[in-house]
Design a protein around this ligand. Sequence first.
Ligand SMILES: C[S@@+](CC[C@H](N)C(=O)[O-])C[C@H]1O[C@@H](n2cnc3c(N)ncnc32)[C@H](O)[C@@H]1O
Length: 289
Amino acid sequence: MQQGGGFRYPASAILKPAEMNYHHAYHAGNFADVAKHLALVSVLLHLRKKDAPFAVVDTHAGRGVYDLTNAEAVRTKEAENGIARLAGLQGGPPALAVYLDLTRARDAYPGSPLIAAKLLRPQDRLVAVEKHPDDAAALTAALRPFRKARAETADGYGRLVALLPPPERRAAILIDPPYETETEFSDTARAVDGAIRRFATGIYLIWFPVKSSASADGFCGEVVAAGARKVLRLDVTLGVRSDERLTSAGLLIVNPPFGFEAEMREALAAVLPRIGDAQADVTWLCGGE
Ligand SMILES: C[S@@+](CC[C@H](N)C(=O)[O-])C[C@H]1O[C@@H](n2cnc3c(N)ncnc32)[C@H](O)[C@@H]1O
């Protein structure tokens, strides 16, 4: 419904823990995780180029670490079409080399907060938010060894507003919801809008599923309308379509660092032939290098 030049979204259907059915343990290390985590590594390596401190905010953090040999991962076999295909891969741009180095152990695949925690320097910090109590407890344990990483059991959208702008004025913000409800595209677009208003220069990585082109394109349009100056869209699609599992996933990168696009193209050119019939589409939605 149009309102005063913008859209009014339906009231956010924030789930109670009892209604939260998504568990990333079934999907960890799949093709979408590989692309998202590579992008996160690329952004963090960029932020590390300057001595000035940076913050990382991970609004939907998950458990932090996943055993790909356990029942959930074995049941879906999603990692078999993702990280498992990259065994023995060498070379490529720095982000790929670092990602491969961080993900060697099959019984301890790092989720986004653990990847970030491992790439922090003493002057940097991470706030990782997870709403599901069980996953939040696992996250707290996974981040315990990292002095500059903090796990919070909370609603990631609510915390995003409170955490921005970060005092460091340099930050990567990962927004990676499960898209369990019909309103989650609009909830996420609204959260991004509020975040960009508070902190326009942050580097935002926003993950989304591409189950319908219309919904995905509409969502991307909303993010661009939030006033972001530079937005890159990166989709990875598996050739074999399936109604049962996700075969196409997107990532919006708001304010990607200079060189990010080239690094991701190079990394994905090395990775995707291993995964099989997979392709990447990289498009500037606004701005560019
Ligand atoms: C796709 S998973 C996150 C994966 C993680 N970012 C990674 O890359 O390793 C989404 C997570 O968001 C959590 N979640 C769902 N709604 C949430 C909310 N409103 N606030 C914070 N976390 C939420 C789910 O329990 C789930 O663990």
